[in-house]
Design a protein around this ligand. Structure first.
Ligand SMILES: [Cu+2]
Length: 156
């Protein structure tokens, strides 16, 4: 194998790796399909997951649990504001009828960094998980290119 050929293969593997890491970053988010329960952990000073993604029209059930002190769960624009005392599971049901990005905020003063306890509630218009589909497409594309390069030695 010539050094230029192996460096090209290396290049494609590198791209594949980047795509995979981008994909895995994306899957760290909670993506709801209809209907779905999402478990959210509240602690000083964050929500886990910090980003909840649903499709328009979805009914999503959130199970909130605080691991330390009482926190609040307020969704800007969705008229939701509940308190989650430690050790309790607080269940809320949301019908995602408005598309957009809505801030989740802690509505209970829970400590010095309380104002920074925020998250995102994303309601998407489309039914498909576009970044996921694009990532899969890219992986297939680079996989095929790499196969052609390795198997046939064809210059592209
Ligand atoms: Cu808090």
């Amino acid at each position: 194998m010539s050094s230029s050929k192996s460096s090209k293969i290396f290049f494609y593997i590198l791209i594949l790796t980047l795509v995979f890491s981008g994909l895995s970053f994306y899957t760290n988010y909670a993506v709801a399909s209809n209907p779905k329960t999402i478990y959210v952990e509240l602690s000083q000073f964050k929500y886990n997951p910090g980003r909840i993604i649903v499709n328009k029209g979805d009914t999503v059930i959130l199970e909130l649990r605080s691991t330390d002190v009482t926190h609040g769960f307020y969704i800007d624009g969705y008229n939701i504001n509940v308190e989650a005392p430690p050790g309790e599971v607080v269940t809320i049901r949301i019908t995602a009828d408005m598309v957009g990005k809505f801030k989740i905020r802690c509505s209970v003063t829970c400590g010095p960094l309380h104002p920074f306890m925020v998250g995102d509630f994303l309601v998407e218009e489309n039914n498909v998980n576009t970044p996921f589909i694009v990532s899969i497409g890219l992986i297939l594309l680079f996989g095929i290119i790499t196969l052609i390069k390795v198997m046939g030695g064809v210059e592209i």
